[in-house]
Write a protein that binds this ligand. Sequence first.
Ligand SMILES: [Cu+2]
Length: 131
Amino acid sequence: MKKNTIASLGIAFLIIIGAFFYISRDTDTASRGAGDGEAKIVDGVQIVEISARGGYFPKRTIAQAGIPTIIRMKTNGTFDCSSSLVVPKLNYRTMLDPSGVRDIPLSASQSEGTVRGLCSMGMYGFEIDFR
Ligand SMILES: [Cu+2]
């Protein structure tokens, strides 16, 4: 009887520990999904993808400094003001189509420091940290 109790306590303990690890791993994944983005490099050109709809996602992208970069703006049924995009550092201002892709090219020398994009009202923003 006692041995059984101890055994089931042991099993319950293991399940709790397992659940804890499972949940913490899950939270980790979720926070990464909502957090920093990562640039990808295709044929020597760095590509930073930003989705515009009710804001910009990811809000922050880590990219490599000093190589030509394309900011690839993606819209999909975007009818809010995030389609009205300003990139002050590049003197760039545009209206994105409600659905589609718009590439904004940056030279190697423009791909330095922090490049921010904003909706024209300044309520939504994203940033690319070149390191
Ligand atoms: Cu806005």
